[in-house]
Each structure stands twice: as C-alpha cells, then as structure tokens.
Design a protein around this ligand. Sequence first.
Ligand SMILES: Nc1ncnc2c1ncn2[C@@H]1O[C@H](COP(=O)(O)OP(=O)(O)OP(=O)(O)O)[C@@H](O)[C@H]1O
Ligand SMILES: [Mg+2]
Length: 274
Amino acid sequence: MSEHAGAGAGHHLGRAAQHQPRGGTEPPPAERPWAVRLDDVRKVHGSGRSAVTALDGVTAQLPYGTFTAVMGPSGSGKSTFLHCASGLDRPDHGTIEIGGRDLGPLGERELTVLRRERIGFVFQGFNLLPALTAEQNITLPVRLAGRHTRLDRPWLERLLDYTGLTERRRHRPTELSGGQQQRVAIARALITRPEVVFADEPTGALDTTSARKVLELLRNLVDDVGQTVLMVTHDPVAASYADAVLILADGKVTGTLDGASAGTIAEHMARLGA
Ligand SMILES: Nc1ncnc2c1ncn2[C@@H]1O[C@H](COP(=O)(O)OP(=O)(O)OP(=O)(O)O)[C@@H](O)[C@H]1O
Ligand SMILES: [Mg+2]
C-alpha cells in the first residue's frame, strides 16, 4: 500500500496539470503574469472606535510554480492576507490579481465561480463532509460546479495515487487518520486543477510525522507539476519547505526570507517576539 505522499517513481502527476511551465520554456517576465499579485492592499475590520487595520499597505507577488509561506505573530494579518488574496474577502483599498485578473471589478457570483474553479483551499480543520467517502469528498467541487464541468476520472485516479489514498477511497473521514484526512482535503483542493492552492495552517492539527507528509506533498506538487501554493503557518519547520517566507507584522510585510532553514526562520520570528 502506498502510504507516502507523492514521493518516488510512479507517483508523478505529470506536467499536464501545469498551467505555466517552469524551466527552459518560461516566457520572459513581461509576458508572464504572477499567479497572485497584491498591490498596496489595505483591510480594516469593524468600524469606528473598534476598527482594526488588519492589512496596512501590503504589496506582494507570487510567481507561478512557487511555494510561499506567510508567517507573523498572532494578529499580524496572516489570515486576512489569505482571505483577501484568495477572493474570500474584499480589501478596502488596493488591487488583487489572480492569474493576471483583477478581482476588484468582479461581482459576488463571478468571485464565487472563480474561487470554486480556479482556487483550491486547505484548512487546519480539514473541513471534510463526514457523510461522504474520501473519493466523494475529493470530487465534490466538480459536482458543485454543475453540469458544464465533468469529472476528469484519470486525473482523480492520479490524485488518489499521488496522495497515497487509492486504497482508502471508500473510507469516511472518521475512518481516516488526521494526516490522511488532510491529504483528502489537498486532493479535493486540486481536483479542479486550480491556479493557486491557499492553505491556512494545514499542519496545525497534525502530529509531526503526518505534518511532514503533508508538507512533502505540497512541496512535491510545486516541484513536480508547477502548482502555486500559499501557506499560512506558525511553524518555522513548515515554513522551511517553502521557497520564500513572507513575514507580516502589524499588517505590513516586514521582510522576505528566501530558501531559509527552519533555524533561520525561527531566529527571525524570535526577534519579532512571535
Ligand atoms: N472579523 C473581524 N472583526 C474584527 N477584527 C478582526 C476580524 N478578523 C480579524 N480581526 C483583527 O484583525 C487583525 C488581524 O487578524 P488575522 O486573523 O488576520 O491575524 P492572524 O495573523 O491570522 O492571527 P492568528 O495567528 O492568531 O491566526 C487582528 O487584530 C484581529 O483581531
Ligand atoms: Mg490566522
């Protein structure tokens, strides 16, 4: 039985999953939109005396096919960043683009369709439907998308294989470990071949071994198929799997660490008092 997550021969998803190829055929930067771009984004929660500025002029770009972690002390704006960048919430000021498309002019219905078809979400609490099997949970986004979208069966089989869930496909969430449940959630996030996967503390509820498998899976998705991933985390070890770490403090990006080790990230966070 394949328990590993996406590592080794026979478990590659193949380059067909890719939206923008990496490597030698990359178009020059001018023609290559960012997977996600935020320009001077401000977000205020509440109003009047209870107003809280959660994002205070955030500018950031996520290149296609990269893994970015967002870190910062509690209350620094990480979840707000993820919610705005993924179109779950609207900023009060500034621009957000996904795949070169400005989210600002989109109406609620267009945003809902964009989130459903172009974006994958992974949350700390897995958010699986308990009455459905692993396979039914994974294919749910396709069924919700309606009649015009058909399930790509070979893609489902590859995702099941890649996440090591083929033999667990008929199990319900309560019959799966936390790590397996999170891998179901990741396969569900990928079933529509999204432009970007957004993950908020995806390893927050997992033991060290299961967390490592989930992080390896996310890393391999970036390396094998050029998936773009943005992950919010408190954990320097989790963040060390990313290509770049964006550091938030008081709603502002105060730094970026490229290819940093867990030790370097932890040191940096300690200096912020996180
Ligand atoms: N719905 C809301 N109403 C009012 N204030 C909010 C709301 N959501 C967030 N905030 C405030 O905005 C700031 C940023 O919150 P956010 O949830 O983005 O932080 P975070 O970095 O994700 O924190 P944590 O690490 O604790 O999850 C905090 O001061 C928070 O109290
Ligand atoms: Mg948060």
